[in-house]
Design a protein around this ligand. Structure first.
Ligand code: B4P
Length: 191
C-alpha cells in the first residue's frame, strides 16, 4: 500500500498536487479541509461548529478530524493507498493516524513537505479567495493567523516524521508541473 502524507502550510499547493498524485498512482484522496467543507455545505451540526473555527483560521478539534479519517479508512477496505492532504496537523493527529494505519498493517510510506515562502503563500490564498469565495481566504489577517497556527502546532510534525526516516522536503515554488515532478521523484525514492 502506498500511503503518502502531503504536508505544508496553507497555500503550499497540497490540494492542487493531490489531484495529480491520485490520478498517477490511483490512490484515494483524503482532505480533511474538503471533508469539513462538505459538512458545512450539508448543514450538519459538525459543519456549523467547524465553520466558526475555520473562518477564524483556527484548527478543528483533533477528535473530530480523526473520526472523519477513521470513517473514510474503514469505508475503503480494498484501497491501494491513500493520500493524506492537510492531515495530520497536530502531534495528536499524527499519533492517531499511525495507530489507525498500524491496525491495517499499512504504515505511512513517506511524508512530503512542501516549502514555500510566506509572502507567496499569502498572495496565493488571497488570489484563491477572490475566485472561490472561501471565507478563510478573504482576509489577510485570518491568513496570517492560519500561518501562525501552522508554525506553532503543525510544523513540528516535520521532526515527527524525520525521526521515523520518512520526511522528504521539496521546493514548492515553480509551476504546478515542476512541483509535481519533484513530488513524483520523492514518491519513487520512497516506494
Ligand atoms: P485546507 O482545506 O487543508 O486548506 P489549506 O491548508 O488552506 O490549503 P489547500 O491545500 O487547500 O490549498 P493549496 O495549498 O492546494 O484547510 C482549511 C481549514 O480547515 C484549516 O484552516 C482548518 O481550520 C481546517 N482543517 C483542515 N484540516 C484540519 C485538521 N487536520 N485539523 C484541524 N483543522 C483542520 O492551494 C492554495 C492556492 O495556491 C490555490 O489557489 C492554488 O491554485 C495555488 N497554487 C497551488 N500550487 C501553485 C503553484 N505551484 N504556483 C502558484 N500557485 C499555486
Amino acid at each position: 500500500m502506498l500511503n503518502i502524507v502531503l504536508f505544508g502550510p496553507p497555500g503550499a499547493g497540497k490540494g492542487t498536487q493531490s489531484k495529480l498524485i491520485v490520478e498517477k498512482y490511483t490512490l484515494i484522496h483524503l482532505s480533511t479541509g474538503d471533508l469539513l467543507r462538505s459538512e458545512i455545505a450539508a448543514g450538519t451540526a459538525l459543519g456549523a461548529e467547524a465553520k466558526l473555527l475555520m473562518d477564524a483560521g483556527r484548527l478543528v478539534p483533533d477528535e473530530v478530524v480523526v473520526g472523519m479519517i477513521r470513517n473514510k479508512l474503514n469505508a475503503n477496505p480494498g484501497a491501494g493507498g491513500f493520500i493524506f492532504d492537510g492531515f495530520p496537523r497536530t502531534g495528536e493527529q499524527a499519533a492517531s493516524l499511525d495507530d489507525l494505519l498500524n491496525e491495517l498493517n499499512a504504515p505511512i510510506t513517506t511524508m512530503i513537505s512542501m516549502d514555500v515562502p510566506e509572502r507567496e503563500l499569502i498572495d496565493r490564498l488571497l488570489s484563491r479567495g477572490k475566485d472561490s469565495g472561501r471565507a478563510d481566504d478573504q482576509n489577510e489577517e485570518v491568513i496570517k493567523d492560519r500561518l501562525d497556527v501552522y508554525q506553532k502546532q503543525t510544523a513540528v510534525l516535520k521532526n515527527y516524521y524525520d525521526k521515523q526516516g520518512k520526511m522528504q522536503e521539496i521546493n514548492g515554488l515553480g509551476t504546478v508541473d515542476e512541483v509535481f515532478t519533484r513530488i513524483t521523484n520523492a514518491i519513487e525514492k520512497a516506494a
